[in-house]
Design a protein around this ligand. Structure first.
Ligand code: 6PG
Length: 446
């Protein structure tokens, strides 16, 4: 008998299985498309003692009770199919763990479906990519406490050590709240990726920097408090070559997304919370995919091709400013969800879990965790002091970008957000007056 079952053994599932096996956890693996003759065991020696199935009944019978079955399949029809299979085949008190990037709303519904058959449920976000999941992922969990207690021991063997010297997994609340924290992690990730990409773009468009120069600057920043996993991989990718060509000279610029950013934006809309930086990051991906429209506009809109100098120290400060605003917007979304849904997601716990193993791990997360009151960020004087200090540098960078027809998604939104959120008097006065005029909408007179 094995200790743990995994359904859906793609790239992340394989890494997880290898991680578990090397830590003494015997796993059963199921994938309906498994070709048992070309066994993945032959590729990965760690998986030698694991059992491989393409028959669900045999898979389930191979796991010791109460069974722990983790599902890693894409959200949508495939997940629905697997959940139904599990509900049909598992026994009471068995534990089903949905470890995919699942919409928190769907996670909640699946929990109810599963509980109706006396199965236990955990909705769990897992971060780290192929390598991180192999070495020690960051795991965000929601669901039944009883189930969490059963899997705790296993997760403490496969995760990393956090900034607080705990293991990088945490229970955040009910079924949907683990996936919610993972969704917020992804939203932060989208913005961080866009900020780094905007910096690269401003530099390359200046005609004064080659990939090599940009990579050198990123590497230098990686040795400072700007360090992050995403910055590190960016400098590597800037230098990567394929068949003698720089990857960035030949790579298609259409950026995909798996939906998590869209869900987060939808939560922002439902809660009336500004996620302007995430919106800009997603917008850039949408624009990038609109090839025909881009072609039409590029033939018709005049753009100046200039050479310009960049003050790298201003750019670093502008980047720091924007990274902080990204976290502020994410924290305020979590606050609002806590207040409106009666949740109790701890932001400091989230930062702790993200501090190692996750895609967004960075010195900034460690600093926010150690030096700021993140659960009440608006009462923290330090953050305002730093924002005030950095803001003029962001304005310099934006001025440069505007003069040279280079748009810096996320940078401009950070400035616009801070200018509005820090104003006691806004343009919305006139909006209220207009609404009052054409719709007789009620207005408040101070
Ligand atoms: C992680 C990542 C991962 C996500 C990819 C792709 O934490 O390991 O967030 O879960 O699926 O980053 O996301 P997009 O396809 O939306 O860019």
């Amino acid at each position: 008998m094995t200790d743990f079952g995994i359904i859906g053994v793609g790239r992340i599932g394989t890494s997880l299985a290898r991680n578990m096996s090397s830590n003494g956890i015997k796993v059963s693996l199921y994938d309906k498309s498994f070709d048992t003759s070309t066994d993945i065991k032959t590729h990965y020696s760690e998986l030698e003692s694991s059992l491989i199935f393409n028959d669900i009944n045999k898979f389930i019978s191979s796991i010791s009770s109460p069974r722990k079955v983790l599902v890693l399949v894409p959200s949508g029809p495939s997940l629905d199919e697997v959940i139904s299979l599990c509900v049909k085949n598992l026994d009471s008190n068995d534990i089903l763990i949905d470890a995919g990037n699942t919409n928190p709303t769907v996670s909640f519904k699946n929990h109810q479906k599963i509980n109706s058959k006396n199965l236990l449920y955990l909705g769990m976000g897992i971060s780290g990519g192929v390598e991180g999941v192999l070495k020690g992922p960051s795991i965000m969990i929601g669901g039944d406490l009883k189930a969490f207690k059963e899997v705790k021991n296993i997760f403490s063997k496969i995760t990393s050590n956090t900034i607080n010297n705990t293991k990088s997994f945490e229970l955040f609340g009910d079924s949907n709240q683990g996936h919610f924290v993972k969704m917020v992690h992804n939203g932060i990730e989208y913005v961080e990726m866009q900020l780094i990409s905007s910096i690269y773009y401003l530099m390359i468009k200046s005609n004064k920097y080659e990939y090599d120069d940009i990579a050198k600057i990123f590497k230098k920043w990686s040795k400072s408090d700007l360090n992050s996993y995403l910055l590190e991989i960016s400098s590597t990718k800037l230098l990567e070559k394929r068949d003698g060509n720089f990857l960035l000279d030949i790579i298609d610029d259409k950026a995909d997304d798996n939906g998590t950013g869209r869900w987060m934006l939808k939560y922002g809309v439902d809660l009336g919370c500004s996620l302007s930086m995430l919106n800009a990051a997603l917008d850039s991906r949408f624009i990038s995919k609109n090839n025909n429209v881009r072609l039409k506009f590029s033939n018709s809109i005049k753009k100046d091709i200039n050479e310009y100098d960049i003050n790298i120290s201003s750019l670093a400060d502008a980047y720091s400013f924007c990274r902080l605003i990204n976290y502020v917007q994410a924290f305020l979304l979590i606050d609002s969800a806590n207040q409106n849904y009666g949740w109790d997601i701890s932001i400091s716990k989230a930062l702790n879990v993200w501090s190692n193993g996750s895609i967004i791990k960075s010195d900034l997360i460690n600093t926010l965790y150690k030096d700021y009151s993140v659960d009440n960020i608006l009462d923290d004087k330090k953050i305002f002091k730093i924002l005030n200090k950095l803001k003029p540098r962001l304005i310099d960078v934006l001025n440069l970008s505007l003069k040279n027809d280079v748009s810096l998604p996320c940078f401009s939104e950070a400035l616009s957000y801070i200018n509005q959120i820090s104003s006691l008097s806004l343009s919305t006065k006139l909006i209220q007056a207009q609404r009052n005029q054409f719709g007789s909408h009620k207005i408040n007179i101070n």
